[in-house]
Write a protein that binds this ligand. Structure first.
Ligand SMILES: Cc1cc2nc3c(=O)[nH]c(=O)nc-3n(C[C@H](O)[C@H](O)[C@H](O)COP(=O)(O)OP(=O)(O)OC[C@H]3O[C@@H](n4cnc5c(N)ncnc54)[C@H](O)[C@@H]3O)c2cc1C
Length: 342
């Protein structure tokens, strides 16, 4: 075990809500460290849909998942948060009133006056395709997320699935792929009707192929895929030549260690009060997708609001004697000094 790293607030999860929490806490002089299992910041935005446009961030008519992550990183720069990436928070122990000792799977120890859980769906993992030997191709020819579209340029692509991700990536990758086949069990889709219509238009124009069935085995060598064999519910098996396969079967949201932190849970979510987004344990807050309360919407903008209100109460734990004065960034010289703009 290393010497404890002391901080005012430890934020668990560096998704959009964890990142924005740094900003709101920073305006109140509260120092933060963040831990994330992923090797990069941005949570779902950076991991699952970095190049997809988001249209409902207030004031940003269109921004990609990665673009939003980069803007948030720029916005929190003045507060110099410390990131501990590629580490999972495993244990939380109460050592004061409030004060907590937090341990990661790499045996790093933090001592924090308060904790903000911004863990999204917990440790989220894409559902794997149950095909024998698929692990030999994962990361080289089989991908569960699109990190960089360019990597698929001029490739023969096989997209498997019938939900939003499968349809969205069919539409987005078709223009750059050498060929693209969409494979789904049924000729019915769970995706947005507009995406389904666009996909059917591409099919009618002969720009993509559509096959009914399920993948049964893969052919290739040393991680380089050559073809997938598939079978429909009725009819003969067939073979699809491809360089890369992208199965989109949704995510398994595994709550992971959060379940062992002594918090009240409801359907694997953390109930909070809507005044401060504090959990059943005083001093531990939960914001973003991980929390629940009447009317909760799993939207980034809701997590941002939660971060702002959380910061007011967290600040009172960190500086019990400080009088918190509500201020606008537009007019407060003190806030502008913290932001480094005056
Ligand atoms: C395809 C797709 C499209 C979407 N489009 C939109 C949209 O248009 N508009 C919108 O508002 N929302 C959209 N969303 C939802 C949005 O991405 C989420 O609401 C948002 O990411 C939640 O942010 P968060 O910070 O709470 O959690 P997340 O982004 O899930 O980040 C949580 C982070 O916590 C980490 N973590 C979890 N457990 C631990 C642990 N024990 N230790 C360390 N780290 C941990 C995870 O690794 C993760 O990086 C979309 C989601 C998807 C999948």
């Amino acid at each position: 075990m290393s010497d404890p790293i002391k901080t005012d607030v430890l934020i668990i999860g560096a998704g959009p809500c964890g990142l924005f929490a740094v900003f709101e806490l920073g305006l109140l002089d509260v120092r933060t460290h963040l831990v994330d299992i992923l090797d990069k910041v941005g949570g779902q935005c950076a991991e699952l849909y970095p190049e997809k446009p988001i249209y409902d961030i207030p004031g940003l008519p269109i921004v990609t998942g990665q673009g939003l992550t980069e803007s948030l990183m720029k916005q929190i720069e003045p507060f110099k948060p410390t990131f501990h990436l590629g580490e999972m928070v495993e244990a939380i122990e109460r050592i004061g009133d409030p004060e907590f000792r937090v341990t990661t799977d790499r045996d790093k120890v933090f001592e924090a006056k308060t904790i903000v859980i911004a863990a999204g769906g917990g440790s989220f993992q894409p559902k794997r395709l149950p095909v024998p030997g698929i692990d030999a191709y994962e990361g080289t020819s089989v991908f569960y997320a699109v990190r960089k579209m360019e990597e698929f340029r001029d490739k023969r692509l096989l997209i498997v699935g019938g939900g939003d991700s499968a349809l969205d990536w069919t539409l987005n990758l078709q223009p750059i792929a050498r060929s693209l086949t969409l494979l789904h069990r049924r000729d019915q889709f769970r995706a947005a009707p507009d995406s389904v219509n666009k996909m059917r238009a591409l099919l009618a124009e002969g720009k993509i192929a559509f096959k009914l069935g399920q993948v049964t085995s893969l052919e290739g060598d040393e991680g380089v895929l050559q073809a997938a064999n598939a079978r429909p519910d009725k009819g003969d098996p067939y073979r699809i030549e491809c360089d890369a396969m992208l199965p989109f079967f949704g995510l398994t949201m595994k709550l992971g260690p959060v379940a062992n932190w002594g918090l009240n849970l409801a359907n694997d979510l953390i109930p909070v009060d809507t005044e401060s987004f504090e959990t059943s344990v005083p001093g531990i807050f939960a914001i973003g997708d991980i929390n629940t309360y009447p009317g909760k919407l799993k939207l980034i903008l809701c997590g941002f609001h939660e971060a702002a209100l959380m910061a007011q109460k967290a600040c009172r734990y960190v500086f019990p004697d400080k009088r918190i004065v509500f201020q606008y960034t537009t007019s407060s010289t003190s806030l502008q000094k913290k932001l480094g703009v005056v």
